[in-house]
Design a protein around this ligand. Sequence first.
Ligand SMILES: C[S@@+](CC[C@H](N)C(=O)[O-])C[C@H]1O[C@@H](n2cnc3c(N)ncnc32)[C@H](O)[C@@H]1O
Length: 301
Amino acid sequence: MHPSNIGYQITFFDTPVSEHVVNVASVPQRSPFRYPGGKTWLIPCIRQWLTSLDKRPSVFLEPFVGGGIVGLTVAFEGLAEHVILVELDKQVAAVWQTILGGEAEWLAERILNFDVTLPSVMEVLSLEPNDSREEAFRTIIKNRTFHGGILAPGSALIKNGENGKGIKSRWYPETLAKRIRAIECIRDKITFIFGDGIAVMQDYTRSNHTAFFVDPPYTAGGANGKRAGKRLYTHHEIDHEYLFSTATRVVGDILLTYDDSPDVRDLASRYSFEVKSVAMKNTHHAKMTELLISHNLEWLH
Ligand SMILES: C[S@@+](CC[C@H](N)C(=O)[O-])C[C@H]1O[C@@H](n2cnc3c(N)ncnc32)[C@H](O)[C@@H]1O
């Protein structure tokens, strides 16, 4: 385990201050991605939220799945009967479609048999994949050899990775194969949809047995923030007003997470949601904060 993953501490603001040390050993890394904006550190809150509900949700819907750590954890831990994941990025979608569509073993073997060198990676990147599983493989290669795992246009290969290991510094083929094979084992619990997350949300707004976890692309801070959002995701433009107007019609349970900014607080308040800010510090003193938004946040203690 990377040292920065040890000793997570979560502090909740805006409430009587309570401190909460998360046992990171209880958050298994299950995603095949390293994902910008990934929410591994929110997993303890997600567990708290879902176990506080009167009834286990029939459906857990994640309309902006990205690296999928939340939906995967829900499926592995049986926190809902079925999990639906949605993603609009074709490269990311190819990975989910391949793993959940019966080609997990192919992908695991392809990864295990690939020797990562600068020329071999350049070759994979130069060829247009001719099917979705080759696209999935290329996505994994990019995600592991590009700075920050960023797949959006403008991202670049890692030159000097950890310990001078260069482009190999994030390449852990056995771990990837293991995670992919593990997901394959529970694939009947997960449905993946390649498409627009808000459109899929619309189909479930009237289901009171559905729980929604909504983590859309959003970067606060005017023009600079917009540039940052563009740097991280190929699809970074979302109509947040429309998303909130959809979220407010949900009769099931919904938890949204956003960067904490005055604009988002304003949106939440206009649609009568509660908000609480959550912060996490790791041992490298990097601080991450998020705004949790829901109809009821009493379970967050
Ligand atoms: C903040 S990231 C989600 C990170 C995720 N929670 C995780 O832990 O890895 C937002 C994701 O939404 C995707 N996205 C953007 N627009 C979308 C849309 N209209 N429908 C579905 N997904 C979309 C982006 O490609 C990105 O993967």
